[in-house]
Ligand binder design. Sequence first.
Ligand code: FRU
Length: 426
Amino acid sequence: MHETSGSDGGRPRARWTREQAASIERRRGNVAPAAGAPEIDPFPELHIWDTWLLRDRYGEIADVGGYRLAFSLTAPADLLPGKRHDVAEIRCFYSPDGRAWRDAGPVFDGGALGQRQWAGSALYDDGDLYLYYTAAGDEAADEMTYTQRIAVAHGGTVAAGEGGVELSGPWTHETLLTPDGEWYETEAQSRGMTYTFRDPWFFEDPATGETHLLFEANAPAPERPGDDAETTHRREFNGCVGIATSPSGDPLSWELRPPLLDAVEVNQELERPHVVVADGRYYLFVCSHVHTFAPGVTGPDGLYGFVADALDGEYRPLNGSGLVATNPPEAPFQAYSWMAFAHDEEVLVQSFLNYHDFAGDSLDAIADLPEAEQRDRFGGTLAPTLRLAVDGDRTRLRGTLDGWRIPTPDEPLPPADESELPDGDA
Ligand code: FRU
């Protein structure tokens, strides 16, 4: 039993409220330009989606012998795009300049936990690698399952030389965190859509030096006597941003803490939570989908964000509603899994190209299209990088860079071209 427990216990937490989310709308400054089919696809033989960079403890993009490293969920491109989550495998890509990338291959040699591996983060600490990931599915089960736990691989090495970058095992895989049922919902407690407990993100707080793992989860929101059927159903949408702390700073030992933020009655999935510190403020970003909003709240697939004066909160939604970046209405599923990182005075946002030429309002319709079309409309590679200005509680898109463009923090960028940005609905 935690000292404080239950969905409404714990520290005074922030909640993304229905009232705040009611003002979500596409506006100039939160809509990315139409991208179309990929202009740059260095790995056409692979579907590539959620991507994260190797960083040091302080959040700086790591330099390994002159290369920066990206880790991505991948699957063979001949697979139907909708099936990729079932076979996801983490690969490493590396680049000397953040433009041209090469494939270092799958990072694990078969020993990873779970039936498949979903998103995570990668830490390079004093020459040691810690690859955090989601172990999805129960490896002991015969059929495919949706259990999720937070895992790490360590003990492997990275070598960089003239010939490129090589990661080698053996890796030690460990489960780090599972839901406790009090702050974080277990699979058995889940009443609605599939529960979430995934996407670990390493973060050291520059203000306190404390080490944390953020993750996507759900806050228990059980049926309450007296609630009407509508409220009971809304409470099935209970996404939260979880956090665990390592009191000693050891990247392998974590204790759960109460969620930083929840979205009970607003949204079921606050995906890939991560923090960017700018001007001493904490910008907490998550991705979410149109189909995971609770009944009565609408929002597009997008990057949503919150800001606070300390990591603990209390978080306020950016731009009033939380919406930071979304796709144009003519291609509402063009990109997903946005990941923001600081660059000089601005923030850059990397994502993957999803269904770039599909105007339907639900992805379910994709599965009705002929298979060749499903593949043609799916990017499966990195989308143009977005440039974002952050100023207090407000953000504004400023333009784009090429896909696969990951400049280092000190690299100067060309002037932003805001004329390429579309107007919104408002
Ligand atoms: C976001 C996401 C992650 C998960 C992965 C699975 O795109 O849903 O939360 O780790 O995709 O493919």
